[in-house]
Design a protein around this ligand. Structure first.
Ligand code: CA
Length: 480
């Protein structure tokens, strides 16, 4: 009898009847050193730390790019964003940049029987350019595989400052239509919404305006509502927090709680949201059957935050907290600080606890979730998505190589990091964000901070890696 039960159980898994829920939580601008389980001392993240203890903490996981939009594009499609024009940081009036009909993480999981939802920051464009927020807004997430969407359309630092649920702006008064003007040039005075400077002027939509200090709580509530509603069937939740992107407006209960300025307080707010999601999973008895991933869309940065800083052209301070740990540079950069991000995966009983040094990337989630749910990807799908499920489940090896997109393209292979020569090094806020004047090569095994350029000592490795990078660029795909 015992044998029979065992056989039946194996069949159930093979048929995919026992599919885990998948929750992918994507933080915004949280760096490699921002959680205490990744070394922070001036910021305390007890909830993320608890997750790391119960799951696997990756130390060589990467966002596909060093800024928002291309990372999100690559996660969703399994295609490096550099292959597609128009995948840079989008204004709030940009149309959808993912063509309906192509295989995406949600459309693939829907095929596998999942109910799919997105809550939070979208920043992949909505409708057609320029987006009309006063009507049915499509195509959007519902046209590329999601069953439900509660969206912050672009980013908090740009208009429109309203929520979109499925195809409509929430609480929009038709007598007060939204008009957006993105003709204001960079450097000119920005428009203000809720007293905070934003990119792009917004007129109208007053009743629909979000409240900045309630954003994190509201998004957590929407995410948990989706989980509760779909608790009895397999679901996929793509939960993109606004924390900790500028404007950093954490709720007052978090203000002054860290020793790393308002940026640190905002990480505390993020950590509280993770705690809420974990508690909800416990309460609903879903924790054991849920693959829960927490990661970030790019490295950390000190930024212009409130109106005073925007007007003065200065950046915030954070009391010397190393937001990207020992990594060089940060958001926007081709150095490791640009794309090496925290990545924690928990699935009790399936993912062994501990650390993993496997090289993995968000672009791999399409192929990995396909493998997890027994789906075979068509040839055209996810051209750069590697199946790193074995690494997620505790195996030692991830990808053999990876293109890192930080303004220019750098390349990883094993311990080696190549940054091809390009124009200038960037000045001021842009320092470290551009390609170096001469080609750089680092051995990350003994120089994780990328301080000793050893390109001249290893012309053979430079040549081999340059050739491989060019081949990946010209071939249009890299998936094995
Ligand atoms: Ca970001």
């Amino acid at each position: 009898m015992k044998t029979l039960i065992a056989i039946l159980c194996l069949c159930a898994v093979a048929n995919g009847a026992d599919k885990p829920n998948i929750i992918f939580i994507l933080a915004d601008d949280i760096g490699y050193g921002d959680f205490s389980c990744y070394g922070a001392t001036k910021i305390k993240t007890p909830n993320v730390d608890r997750l790391a203890k119960q799951g696997r903490r990756f130390t060589d996981a990467h966002s596909p790019a060093a800024v928002c939009t291309p990372t999100r594009y690559a996660f969703m499609t399994g295609e490096y964003a550099f292959r597609k024009q128009g995948t840079g940081i989008l204004p709030g009036i940009a149309g959808l940049i993912i063509e309906p009909g192509r295989v995406t993480v949600p459309s693939m999981l829907k095929q596998a029987g999942y109910t799919t939802g997105v809550v939070g920051k979208w920043h992949l464009g909505l409708g057609t350019t320029p987006t009309d927020y006063n009507t049915e807004i499509k195509p959007g997430p519902l046209e590329i595989g999601f069953d439900y969407a509660w969206l912050l359309p672009a980013t908090g630092d740009r208009t429109p400052c309203v929520w979109v649920e499925n195809h409509r702006v929430v609480n929009l008064d038709p007598k007060d239509p939204i008009k957006l003007d993105y003709s204001v040039k960079r450097g000119e005075p920005r428009s203000f919404v809720n007293g905070i400077p934003r990119i792009g002027e917004q007129v109208g939509g007053k009743a629909a305006l979000w409240k900045d200090d309630e954003m994190a709580d509201l998004l957590g509530t929407k995410a948990i509502a989706f989980i509760e509603k779909n608790k009895s069937k397999p679901f996929f939740l793509y939960f993109c927090t606004h924390d900790i992107h500028v404007p950093r407006v954490p709720h007052k209960r978090f203000r002054g709680t860290s020793q790393a300025g308002i940026r640190g307080d905002n990480v505390h707010s993020f950590d509280a949201t993770i705690g809420r999601v974990m508690d909800a999973l416990d309460k609903l008895k879903l924790a054991d059957n849920t693959l829960l991933i927490v990661t970030s869309d790019n490295g950390g940065v000190l930024d212009t935050n409130g109106p005073d800083e925007v007007n003065a052209g200065t950046v915030e301070t954070n009391n010397g907290h190393p937001h990207n740990g020992v990594l060089r540079a940060g958001k926007g950069s081709p150095y490791e600080g640009g794309t090496r991000v925290p990545f924690i995966a928990r699935w009790p009983g399936h993912i062994p606890t501990g650390d993993s040094g496997a090289l993995i990337c968000h672009v791999d989630m399409l192929a990995s979730f396909a493998a997890l749910t027994g789906q075979k990807l068509i040839e055209a799908a996810g051209p750069d998505s590697f199946n790193v499920l074995p690494a997620l489940l505790g195996g030692k090896t991830g990808r053999e190589y990876l293109v890192e997109q930080g303004g220019i393209l750098s390349f990883r292979k094993g311990v080696w990091k190549l940054i091809p020569a390009g124009a200038g090094g960037g000045k001021g806020k842009k320092a470290g964000k551009r390609a170096p004047a001469t080609t750089e090569l680092y051995n990350l095994a003994d120089d994780l901070s990328e301080t000793k350029n050893i390109a001249a000592q290893h012309p053979d490795i430079v040549k081999e890696m340059s050739t491989k990078l060019e081949e990946i660029k010209s071939k249009g795909r890299s998936r094995p």
